[in-house]
Write a protein that binds this ligand. Sequence first.
Ligand code: ZN
Length: 168
Amino acid sequence: MTLPVARTRDEALLYLDLTPCACGSVETPWESGVVGVAEQLAVAYAGTCADCGAGREYVFALPERETAPKGWPTFGGPEPSQLIDAGEWLWVADQWASSVPPDPEEGARALAMARAAVEEVLKFVPDGADRVPDQAFWADRGLRVYTAEPGRFRVERLLLVKDAYRDA
Ligand SMILES: [Zn+2]
């Protein structure tokens, strides 16, 4: 069994937010701990769904090299995500950028999140390529975002969006 790598805690928690319980709820207070799986160290997130009471558990591999958190959010190093696909990252960016709270501090956090999510989309682009490759999309939600407007995944456009969130 190959476990997907969660590069950082921020990434694991975002993935869990994007992954509802069978009842549809994402309200689960998570506890995490390091576990051994097939002689490999991994991180387990476990909790009880606040809405239906189901026990939930997700296990992620630790990254080969740890990424030191540099402010919030830190989703990972330069390597692309194994948990969240390129379309989902852009979906996350859209969510945060479309509901920026009026409070300056909270607003800055929302834009930091949106900008970091766009940076994650760009990590899927191989050197010299001008768009996100097809294999960067594997989740239903991500594929929907991609097919709705593939042009949004051109590097040129992603960089413009990222700058716009920085300057906002
Ligand atoms: Zn539930």
